[in-house]
Design a protein around this ligand. Structure first.
Ligand SMILES: Cc1cc2nc3c(=O)[nH]c(=O)nc-3n(C[C@H](O)[C@H](O)[C@H](O)COP(=O)(O)OP(=O)(O)OC[C@H]3O[C@@H](n4cnc5c(N)ncnc54)[C@H](O)[C@@H]3O)c2cc1C
Length: 430
């Protein structure tokens, strides 16, 4: 890859770049201030504005600067981080059942929202194929899928290795599973559509208005921004992997981690069909996993994984490992050119669960641990219902303690070490 031929911005931005115009004037007083203009913030703003509340969305950068216009556009349920068995061990059978069912409700919610709001974002139920990295993963993956079906009626089917060429043009995997109801969308267009609907409902969207802090004054919050202060009855924090020390309580609870994607040059439809015959979204069973899909126009491979740390972010060298991983799965792509490289932040939490709730009367919804397209849309809606005092805002996630860790400040150093350890374990075996 030569730097001169590559754009270091998301391929999605070619169709829908984050809005970077002049921000409207700062309102002096508002019912609800939402901090962060990703899917969480916009989904919250839409629900609040439709319920008649005055809402301002305060965004530090251009609208949609964060993960919401940078992600892979793979839309699944909220159940991708834990197996049902792990959830039962951690939370007991009843709670696990409630969490898993709410996870599946997240996928339904985003699909219904996109349809109801007529958001043109290439949303398609293409299904997800997850490949097994080791032969032993096949049985455990099948058991996990059976449990999901038993707990939440999730449809799936297994694909043994000797039949997987109907799913994927690679022999890197030892079979896999398909979730036929999972979906794909264009993240930039989805973000743009949500922003238009929120604005249309009356929300004021304020780019380039970073929040520096807030203080309670009487019964209201005074939110300090670089453009002055704004008074609000309620505040929602929706900053996920971009949370800074301006929001210290939340910052001590989320672990920002980078995720990166490359887009190839246009490939022939025949070549794409050979590699991804069903045009699904794809992942694998590794601890440090890669994810990929065809672009919505069916012409490119979009390949994602961990960020490179040994080279400056705006250099091809920082993305070379993704190209290497892609060619290891699809040797046929060794001759192709990469045209776009980009990265963004996801937010992990100490219990690997997303969190919704309030602290000191300030609401938050975040910590999606990398699978946030449906989770953030759903949590944004739910946190808005909580602000409205609507009992429908209750979720199975409400009572999870949002823990920090005495050594939280060490996480930026620990993340690369843990990642390397996971990669070694992935390479060693199941
Ligand atoms: C490369 C990549 C690939 C991914 N792929 C997938 C995928 O395929 N499927 C999936 O489900 N999930 C995926 N994710 C995760 C998903 O994109 C996120 O979980 C989701 O977009 C989070 O939305 P959000 O609104 O909570 O946060 P974000 O979209 O990150 O928005 C947070 C915003 O808060 C703003 N902000 C922060 N601090 C302040 C402040 N003090 N004042 C004002 N504004 C502030 C930031 O500027 C940012 O714009 C991916 C993420 C990345 C980075």
């Amino acid at each position: 890859m030569s730097d001169r031929q590559v754009r270091f911005t998301p391929w999605w931005w070619e169709a829908a770049a984050p809005e970077a115009g002049e921000p409207p004037p700062l309102p002096r007083s508002i019912d609800v201030a939402v901090i962060g203009s990703g899917y969480t913030g916009l989904s919250a703003a839409l629900t609040l504005a439709r319920a008649g509340r005055s809402v301002a969305v305060l965004e530090a950068q251009a609208l949609g600067h964060g993960a919401s216009t940078r992600n892979g556009g793979q839309v699944g349920s909220g159940n991708q981080k834990f197996t049902v068995r792990q959830l039962v061990e951690l939370h007991g059978e009843d709670r696990a059942r409630a969490l898993v069912n709410e996870g599946t409700a997240m996928l339904r919610y985003i699909a219904d929202l996109i349809e109801r709001e007529q958001i043109a974002c290439e949303f398609r139920r293409v299904g997800r194929f997850r490949g097994c990295m080791h032969p032993e993963h096949y049985e455990s993956m099948a058991r996990g899928m059976e449990d999901l079906k038993r707990f939440a009626a999730v449809e799936f089917f297994m694909v043994p290795r000797n039949e997987q060429d109907s799913e994927i043009g690679s022999d890197r995997y030892f079979g896999g599973s398909v979730l036929p109801n999972d979906a794909a969308l264009h993240p930039g267009l989805y973000h743009k559509g949500l922003a238009e609907r929120a604005r249309g409902a009356g929300a004021v969207l304020l780019p380039f208005t970073p929040v520096a802090g807030m203080a309670r004054e009487g019964g209201r919050m005074r939110v300090h921004t670089s453009r002055g202060a704004i008074e609000a009855r309620d505040v929602v924090i929706a900053t996920n992997g971009y949370t800074t020390n301006a929001l210290p309580w939340v910052r001590r609870r989320v672990i920002p981690i980078g995720s990166a994607i490359i887009a190839t040059e246009e490939l022939s439809p025949e070549r794409i069909a050979r590699l991804m015959p069903r045009g699904r979204v794809y992942g694998n069973s590794a601890r440090v996993f890669h994810y990929f899909r065809p672009s919505p126009d069916g012409r490119r491979m979009l390949w994602g994984g961990r960020v490179g740390r040994m080279a400056p972010q705006a250099s091809s060298a920082a993305f070379e490992h993704l190209r290497r991983d892609m060619v290891a799965v699809f040797p046929d792509l060794s001759d192709i050119r990469v045209t776009h490289c980009w990265s963004g932040n996801i937010a992990y939490t100490h219990d690997t669960m997303p969190h919704i709730g309030s602290h000191d009367g300030i609401h938050h919804a975040l910590g999606y641990c990398g699978t946030g397209v449906s989770r953030s849309t759903y949590f944004g809606h739910k946190v808005a219902l909580k602000v409205l005092g609507d009992p429908a805002g209750r979720t199975a996630f409400d009572d999870l303690e949002f823990r920090t860790h005495p050594f939280h400040w060490l996480t930026p150093f620990a993340v690369p070490v843990v990642e390397t350890w996971h990669r070694i374990r992935d390479a060693m075996g199941p």
